[in-house]
Design a binder for this molecule. Structure first.
Ligand code: SF4
Length: 381
């Protein structure tokens, strides 16, 4: 057990990776294995051991965010979730008002199950809605339809969830401007508190990659996606969901406290196979291998990281952006020179009130823009 220094009184975030899924979505690139009751029990025992041996960084305040992600955490029954939260509470002593998020697949939920998760201590639900178009859901290989996802929102409200997020995808094969708008308008009508809209990534070798090679015409062109994103970045704020990160929109008070820790590069501990941890400048992860994790849940792999690249990439994605002075210092450039270069990267970057951030149009090319910015540093080094 090793304790690492962290900035004084910074509240820690805790992440638990639940690596089980009932079926595999065609676009998935997360570490996951098939659902199996016996393996899930063994996983929970290993997880408890891992948590028992973990140590909060020296000087850190009690954790104020927990995130159960995966995989599919909603395959755990509410008693199992309560057990995981009790283990975290016993080891770390969670802060009063701690945000406890859980990702959930609509197929797994019912009014009773949602009430039991709420009673177990989950107070923020992140629902994997993805689309409100059945054809798109079927192409993605999702287990649920649009009706079921909408029902889950109503059931979650009835169960007492007052912090409810939905995940949506942009760039689904077959998605049109009209179907994307219907999905977004549907999420607005359902009065969710938080919406995350991610760009569908086509990973080489994935099922969806095979579909793209066979039927490229099904996939929206980059220009069309850009226009849809620009529409989204106006529509959600007009409906009261302010943008605070390039993919995330929230009603007042409903920003995801846990994810903000990632984007602001605060300290967090991850538990479960493939989970990452970050304390100060040190990063490590558990191997993405359930069998290895069951054999030794404390085994870790050091992670290479480029703190400057992370700080820039994550900071520019936030609506608050990065202070020009800070970025200039990190890149060893004079602020005026940096401002000149930022202006040259229009329309992908903008400088607002002394802070630099991606524009809506920068969303789709953020990796390329980051490469360009890091190139400024390398040219100097
Ligand atoms: S539910 Fe999530 S983790 Fe599981 S296969 Fe689908 S995308 Fe992957």
């Amino acid at each position: 057990m090793t304790a690492f220094p962290a900035p004084a009184r910074e509240a820690l975030g805790l992440y638990v990776h639940v690596p089980f899924c009932r079926t595999r979505c065609r676009y998935c690139d997360f570490y996951r294995v098939g659902e199996n009751a016996a393996r899930m029990e063994r996983f929970l025992a290993a997880l408890e051991r891992e948590i028992r041996h973990a140590a909060a960084p020296g000087g850190a305040a009690a954790p104020d965010s927990v995130f159960l992600g995966g995989g599919t955490p909603s395959l755990l029954d509410p008693l199992q979730v309560a057990g995981v939260l009790a283990a975290l509470e016993s080891r770390f002593g969670l802060a009063a008002g701690c945000e406890v998020s859980m990702e959930a697949n609509p197929s797994d939920l019912s009014p009773e199950r949602l009430a039991a998760y709420r009673a177990a201590g989950v107070n923020r639900l992140s629902l994997g809605m993805q689309s409100l178009c059945d054809r798109e859901l079927s192409l993605l290989g999702r287990r649920h339809d649009a009706r079921r996802a909408a029902d889950c929102v109503a059931w979650a409200r009835g169960a007492g969830f007052d912090n409810l997020s939905v995940d949506l995808l942009l760039g689904i094969p077959g998605q049109t401007a009209a179907s994307f708008r219907r999905t977004v308008e549907g999420a607005i009508e359902l009065a969710t508190d938080h919406v995350s809209v991610y760009l569908l990534e086509v990973h080489p070798g994935s099922e969806i990659d095979g579909l793209r090679r066979r039927r490229p015409g099904l996939f929206p062109a980059e220009e069309a996606q850009c226009r849809r994103y620009e529409w989204l970045a106006e529509r959600l704020p007009a409906a009261g969901l302010a943008q605070y990160e390039i993919s995330n929109f929230a009603r007042p008070g409903a920003r995801c406290r846990h994810n903000l820790k990632y984007w602001r590069r605060r300290s967090f501990l991850g538990f479960g196979p493939s989970a990452h941890s970050c304390v100060g400048t040190r990063r490590w992860r558990r191997p993405a291998d359930l069998a290895a994790y069951l054999a030794d849940p404390l085994a870790e792999e050091a992670e290479d990281s480029d703190p400057l690249a992370e700080e820039i990439f994550l900071g520019l994605r936030l609506s608050e952006g990065l202070a020009l002075e800070r970025l200039a210092e990190r890149l060893a450039l004079a602020p005026a020179e940096l401002a000149r270069r930022v202006a040259a990267v229009r329309p992908h970057l903008e400088l607002v009130a002394g802070r630099v951030r991606f524009t809506a149009g920068g969303f789709l090319v953020s990796n390329a823009v980051l490469g360009e910015i890091l190139g400024w540093r390398e040219a100097i080094a």
